[in-house]
Design a protein around this ligand. Structure first.
Ligand code: ATP
Ligand code: MG
Length: 418
């Protein structure tokens, strides 16, 4: 019988892969906590409207990438393709729109029906941060600095460049949009089919197109700079000043627009050249209109999301697997004492394992294979004298240790260690 394969675009995380993954999440958790962010967890699936309302129906995500299905009760549900809309939904439905600002971190799986390739999957995972209820450029700067700090703590800051842009306020964007429509209309026939469809409805989206031809036309499209209102310009100046003050280095790139409809003012991406076309590892921006889309009051907000798989791929080294202590009973009579020592070590916070079968030689081989720091040998002679033999598997040195002192012996710096 042929085995059942994992679904295309999904993958298992085992061993080293899982340790890298966990390292990314735990590092991010530690850093965002320094900025006062708390973790939320929202459901993996939501009412489809959470995404169709917020992401914009011309976005790639909504128009072609969503896993949407009807459940047995006839409701249209969608596996979340991103985290921000759900966090805004949760802010509103949990009555938190009056307790602002909220600083939210999340981590978990996202689902998009995309063409699988290196760094692009159908189930992938994101870490994300949302700062809800702050309209000041300082909030944008803090959120960006926090993203930089996560990359720095992962040791990959130097692998990435921060590309920064402003999308201005609504008035700036409206003027820019008109200019973009004029520009792209003059080259309509050269645009990809997707971009022709975007032309009237959302020309900004063309700027984010991955089509070769589109990219050429995008290169000489008008940029937002000349359309910024005085207020939008002041916001932009203030943000860049604050980032300088925080020592966050960036490169201005007028081509950075986010793929979703809800962004204004700040847009940014940390990009790397090491992952081919899948170069964006962490990206975000300001989305002042989204909470209102979810039925809440108008609430300014800024956030980012990072792709855990892409971040994991950039890690220089894999965090080491913790080394255990191996408990080795010599003969059936020693089993009971071995179990007592084993459980005692675990209770003391020491990773301890025993083999389920085999003679002493086999068990020692296995202890070496799992890179145990020590083998604790227990035979009938040891039991009679209330001791164990603790063998350091790196140096080969063997020490006799009282049976109730094993944990203290193994924990460095603890009184009782020989
Ligand atoms: P891209 O331009 O690569 O399609 P995006 O703009 O669609 O990315 P976002 O919605 O901003 O991506 O998601 C934030 C991050 O999540 C991305 O920068 C990337 O690191 C990661 N990401 C997005 N889609 C995928 C995917 N299909 N597989 C793996 N990681 C992904
Ligand atoms: Mg995408």
């Amino acid at each position: 019988m042929s085995s059942i394969q994992p679904v295309r675009g999904t993958h298992d995380l085992i061993g080293e892969d899982h340790r890298r993954f966990t390292h990314v999440v735990e590092t991010a958790r530690r850093i965002v906590s320094l900025y006062g962010f708390d973790e939320w967890a929202t459901p993996i699936f939501e009412d489809t409207r959470v995404f169709s309302r917020s992401l914009g129906d011309t976005s790639d995500v909504v128009s072609k990438e969503m896993y949407t299905f009807e459940d047995r009760g006839g409701e249209s549900l969608t596996l979340r393709p991103e985290g921000t809309a759900a966090i805004c939904r949760a802010l509103v439905t949990n009555g938190l729109t009056q307790s602002l600002p909220q600083k939210v971190f999340y981590a978990g799986p996202m689902f998009r029906y995309e063409r699988p390739q290196k760094g692009r999957y159908r189930q992938f995972h994101q870490i994300g941060a949302e700062l809800l209820g702050a309209a000041e450029p300082l909030a944008d700067a803090e959120v960006i600095a926090m993203g930089r700090d996560v990359l720095r703590a992962l040791g990959i800051e130097n692998e990435t460049v921060l590309e920064l842009n402003t999308l201005g306020d609504t008035a700036s964007r409206d003027a820019w949009r008109t200019a973009l429509i004029a520009h792209f209309s003059a080259h309509r026939a050269d645009l990809s089919a997707d971009s022709q469809a975007r032309l009237e409805r959302n020309p900004l989206r063309i700027l984010d197109s991955k089509d070769e031809n589109d990219r050429r036309l995008v290169a000489d499209a008008p940029t937002i700079a000349q359309f910024l209102t005085p207020e939008a310009r002041e916001f932009w100046d203030d943000l860049r000043r604050t980032l300088d003050l925080m020592g966050v280095r960036f490169r201005e790139n007028p081509g950075i627009v986010r793929g979703l409809d809800y962004y204004g003012h700040t847009a940014f991406e940390f990009v790397t050249t090491r992952l081919g076309a899948q170069g964006t590892v962490l990206a975000g921006g300001r989305y002042d209109g989204l909470v209102a889309e979810m039925g809440g009051p108008k609430t300014p907000a800024i956030g980012w999301a990072g792709g855990i798989e892409r971040l994991s791929m950039l890690l220089d080294s894999t965090p080491a697997e913790p080394r255990p202590v191996a408990i080795i009973p010599m003969g059936a009579d020693a089993q009971g004492a071995a179990i007592t020592v084993l459980q005692g070590l675990r209770a003391a916070g020491i990773r301890a394992e025993t083999s389920y079968r085999g003679n002493m030689k086999r068990r020692l081989e296995r202890a070496n294979r799992m890179k145990a720091t020590h083998a604790i040998l227990i035979g009938s002679d040891e039991i009679a004298r209330g001791v164990v033999q603790a063998k350091d598997l790196d140096s080969g040195q063997q020490t006799e240790v009282p049976m109730d002192n094993v944990a203290a012996f193994l924990l460095p710096g603890t009184p009782g260690k020989a």
